[in-house]
Ligand binder design. Structure first.
Ligand SMILES: *Cc1c(COP(=O)(O)O)cnc(C)c1O
Length: 378
């Protein structure tokens, strides 16, 4: 499996290179050359496959041989080593709970998978260096042992999941920038108390300021070369792609509950709270690869660039607005270009697959209260 840059100005790379660099040299996002297609027989088997085997089957084509099967099996098993329950709210609506991982953020899955892949690639590089080093000077030897540095800005959820996922991974250092006073006390503890290869830096500013510093660092060739920088947000394929597993796990439970004796079940339409559109884009790729999913709905807050695009066909970026759902306060969602690519940049294909709604903070709060009152669910 090869990945190409959506800017189309960089060479194609394999999964290993895409995961290590995060973004293409032309600043484009990497996208798989061809989306794997599962056969009807495979899909039928997926209905009852255990989670770890299913994760392995789904991720294997994307990893494309850059990690041996035995290692990848282990990585997959560790990544999804907790529950993803589909909990009924009404007769027809269920909630896929993605907060049962170690940091309570759905980003645990992507962070755990990516950290283990980078750990494996780093070990591989050290082994290759050790062999090559037999013929090298001392100076060259230290060069070859340079660790990767994961640099990440967080408004709360990402940092904790990344820190937890990468803790103790040899050959990878993590630097997290977070806005002073703007993450919750638990999140701050998740970021700052781990130590080892995790460094948290408190920035006297907003999340956008943190993000700007990170972007500047990635643009700086000298800094990049000195620290082997990579990103750990959903731009990175190693963090983005494993998120599609949620949809396979949800579908397994949906089928188990609703399938009749003829194997017929109602379509599973999916509403995804969206900010950077990584999660929903992962669900859409699962559908493209043959998982029988229904319609996708992006649930957005006041940051409504996609909602407006779906209504007007005009993509107009605005600065992000602060809301009560701050993990979704994104003005210009990075992953939307991947969705467009998947839909062959065809607007009617896109409209048939995706709807987007934006709601106010008031609606958010009222809905939470109403669902708690009528369905006893938060
Ligand atoms: C990250 C996050 C989102 C947004 O997900 P995207 O993949 O960026 O669209 C929504 N809700 C919560 C709780 C999150 O942590």
């Amino acid at each position: 499996m090869q990945y190409y840059s959506l800017q189309k100005q960089s060479p194609n790379v394999d999964f290993r290179a895409a995961a290590i660099t995060g973004q293409a040299p032309d600043k484009g996002l990497y996208f798989p050359m061809e989306i794997p297609k599962f056969t009807a027989t495979q899909i039928e088997n997926f209905k009852t496959l255990d989670k770890a085997s299913l994760a392995f089957e789904v991720m294997r084509p994307y990893v494309g041989g850059t990690i041996d099967d035995a290692t990848l099996k282990n990585i997959c098993a560790e990544t999804i080593n907790f529950d993803f329950p589909l909990v009924p709210i009404t007769d027809t609506i269920s909630s896929l709970e993605l907060f049962h991982g170690p940091t309570l953020a759905f980003k645990d899955v992507g962070a755990r998978f990516m950290s283990r892949c980078l750990g494996y690639f780093s070990k591989q590089a050290r082994a290759e260096n050790a062999t090559a080093n037999d013929h090298k000077s001392q100076e060259d030897k230290t060069q070859g042992e340079k660790p990767n540095t994961v640099l990440v800005a967080t408004s709360g959820d990402t940092g904790g999941a990344v820190a937890n996922g990468f803790l103790g991974v040899t050959g990878v250092n993590v630097i997290i920038l977070y806005p002073k006073g703007k993450v919750s006390p638990i999140q701050e503890l998740q970021l700052t108390t781990l130590g080892q290869n995790i460094t948290a830096l408190e920035v006297d500013g907003s999340f956008d300021d943190c993000q700007a510093i990170v972007k500047e660092a990635f643009m700086d060739g000298e800094l990049n070369a000195a620290y082997n920088l990579t990103s750990a947000n959903s731009i990175n394929v190693a963090r983005w792609l494993p998120q599609q597993l949620y949809y396979f796990f949800a579908w397994q439970q949906w089928v188990a509950k609703y399938q009749d004796s003829d194997g017929i079940y109602p379509p599973m339409n999916i509403v995804v709270p969206s900010g950077n559109f990584g999660n929903i884009c992962a669900g859409m790729i699962a559908k493209e690869s043959g998982l029988p999913l229904g319609h996708f709905v992006a649930a957005c807050n006041a940051n409504d660039v996609v909602t407006r695009y779906m209504a007007t066909e005009k993509y107009e970026v605005k600065p992000s607005v602060v809301t009560v759902s701050n993990a979704m306060d994104v003005g210009n969602p990075s992953n939307f270009v991947r969705i467009l690519e998947m839909m062959q940049n065809n607007f009617s294909t896109l409209s048939n697959a995706l709807t987007s709604y934006s709601i106010s903070d008031n609606d958010t709060k009222e809905t939470i209260a109403r669902v708690y009152k009528t369905n006893n669910y938060i």
